[in-house]
Design a binder for this molecule. Sequence first.
Ligand code: EPU
Length: 333
Amino acid sequence: MKLEHCSLLSHNTFGIDVAARCFLEYNSAEELGRLIADRQITEPYLHIGSGSNLLFTKDYDGVILHSRIGGIEVIDETDESVWVRVGAGVVWDDFVAYCVAQGWYGAENLSIIPGEVGASAVQNIGAYGVEVKDLITVVETMNMRGEIVSYPVEACAYAYRDSLFKRSDMKDVFVIYVCFRLSKIERYTLNYGTILQELENHPNVTLEAVRQSIIAIRDSKLPDPHVVGNAGSFFMNPVVSRAQFEPLQRQYPRMPFYEVSENKVKIPAGWMIDQCGWKGKALGAAAVHDKQALVLVNLGGATGADVIALSDAVRASVCEKFGIDIHPEVNIV
Ligand code: EPU
């Protein structure tokens, strides 16, 4: 499908009203190959998933590409594990729901994260102690020469919300399929935040109970993008050295933190923003969410510039109070 001068309003969960010169959607790897061969994909271009981690600041004078490659196919199976190959355009949570229904363990903590499978592998989505890199085995891509190249997970340079595919020199590499390994043996990751507490509402710990608990926790904190525009966490949680962390911890003994390595500690940016008094505060049509300060929301009609102005003000406060520069997690276009 090709649309000229296309509104992007329904293609970004922040609900920013901008347009693209051209919007191209393809249903298969072969169709993507044809678009490349026919030179339909001209510079500048940008591949998007469901636009749940994007902030548009202006009209896009180029080609926006969107994959609709579908399918969830079992490619191998043992008594312990199952390997599945999933199209980049599959809605992430449809895949999680499928795994839970099949009795495959591993993806349930990533329930109802917005977005699609291709973008999940680019962004290394994560929640409640699990990152998608823990499940990925291979990422299949097509480049702008039409070549198919598969990257084993070890080659994907996965880190916190980061991967090889986010590097600027990988801009012409498009994810077409992602292969995952799930466990057929019962195992859960339950030691994060309030999961165990939430599970007390269920008679037994089952895959479905864990999924429902995660959904309940997320629903209680994160705004529904269908109701109020947002892109989930706006900032990344900063990772600081222990030398920087220790004096802060003395000053703020109740500051939550996660150990990253012997010398590194991750501090929740949401907590710091909250401490700065930003929770629920608005600047123009953009606001800090009143239940989770890491999330910025569009109160209605906000422009990308409104959100950036709020983000800059929040960053300046955090830097002034804690001496830490926080960085956006969303892609600003
Ligand atoms: N906190 C506050 N006030 C706030 C927000 C958080 O005090 O307004 C405190 C919480 O009480 C908790 C800590 O900060 O002690 C961490 O909060 P939370 O568990 O809600 O998680 P987060 O660090 O703010 C990260 C991810 C989320 C993911 C959750 C759960 C990032 C950038 N965000 O948020 O991912 O769902 O952990 O694992 O790493 C996303 O990436 O879009 C996203 C929603």
